[in-house]
Design a protein around this ligand. Structure first.
Ligand SMILES: NC(=O)NC1=NC(=O)NC1=O
Length: 245
């Protein structure tokens, strides 16, 4: 039996539930999804400032997950905030939903498009493409130009915009697959894949299966080199709790 810690780095419980439901739908019968979010932080993550705030909450959750002995951690925000710091802290694999979705897209198509939320998060997605080495695989990036929490307001407007952007991207980008660029879009991928007839990939689902694969292969975060545990030192104030000791 596996336990995967699904961390929504923002503090919006509705989004956590959407991701958790999708993760549980694709998880193998023996896999438990433990969905969490930081006790304090940003209700949505829409820029570098929000990501810096969210990273601390991610680390606190990863520490709790490590103590609970989870088999993997998923950072379920398309900026993958705190990913490498989390890998230093963790023993189990740590997978960001952006890298998971991008990796999966490259297995299925020579070019993929990204559909994300606000135009300013396009820049963050571009940074990730560069960091992960996927720039030449990404044909184009699009934004629905709505805030992240528009996906959580029950109106269905954001979901409709995602659908429209995916249809347009399929027509215009010359890409064979589409990556959904927000954790709050997790529940849209399967329906859009059927409707568009091309792989529309959600990073939450992709990350769940990647953690399961790594666990099955007995592979985990390398502690040799820069992802070794953090150097022990007296962290002060609110950060004292982040010590591994
Ligand atoms: N590009 C994004 O929409 N990033 C995100 N902000 C959040 O709060 N969750 C996401 O996935």
């Amino acid at each position: 039996k596996l336990c995967i810690q699904l961390i929504n780095p923002n503090t919006s419980l509705g989004m956590t539930e959407v991701m958790a439901a999708t993760a549980r739908q694709v998880a193998a019968p023996g896999t438990e999804i433990w969905a969490v979010c930081p006790e304090e932080g940003a209700p949505s993550i829409e820029g570098h400032f929000d990501e810096a705030i969210a990273a601390i909450g991610v680390l606190q959750q990863v520490k709790a997950g490590r103590a609970a002995g989870v088999d993997g951690h998923i950072i379920a925000c398309f900026g993958d905030p705190g990913l490498l710091a989390a890998r230093e802290l963790a023993q189990a694999p740590v997978i960001g939903i952006a890298e998971a979705a991008m990796h999966m897209a490259t297995l299925l198509a020579t070019r993929f498009s990204i559909v994300t939320t606000l135009p300013r998060t396009l820049t963050i997605a571009r940074h990730l493409l560069h960091q992960y080495g996927f720039e030449r695989h990404c044909a184009a990036l699009h934004a629905i130009d709505l805030p992240v929490l528009a996906l959580d307001d029950g109106s269905g407007l954001a979901q409709q915009k995602v659908r429209e952007q995916c249809i347009a991207a399929k027509k215009s980008d010359g890409s064979g697959a589409i990556v959904l660029g927000c954790g709050g879009m997790a529940d849209l991928a399967q329906e859009l894949t059927l409707e568009l007839g091309i792989p529309v990939i959600d990073g939450v689902s992709a990350a769940v299966k990647m953690v399961e694969s790594l666990a099955a292969l007995r592979l985990s975060t390398s502690k040799h080199g820069d992802l070794d545990y953090p150097i022990e030192k007296p962290l002060s104030g609110r950060f004292a709790g982040l010590n591994l000791g």
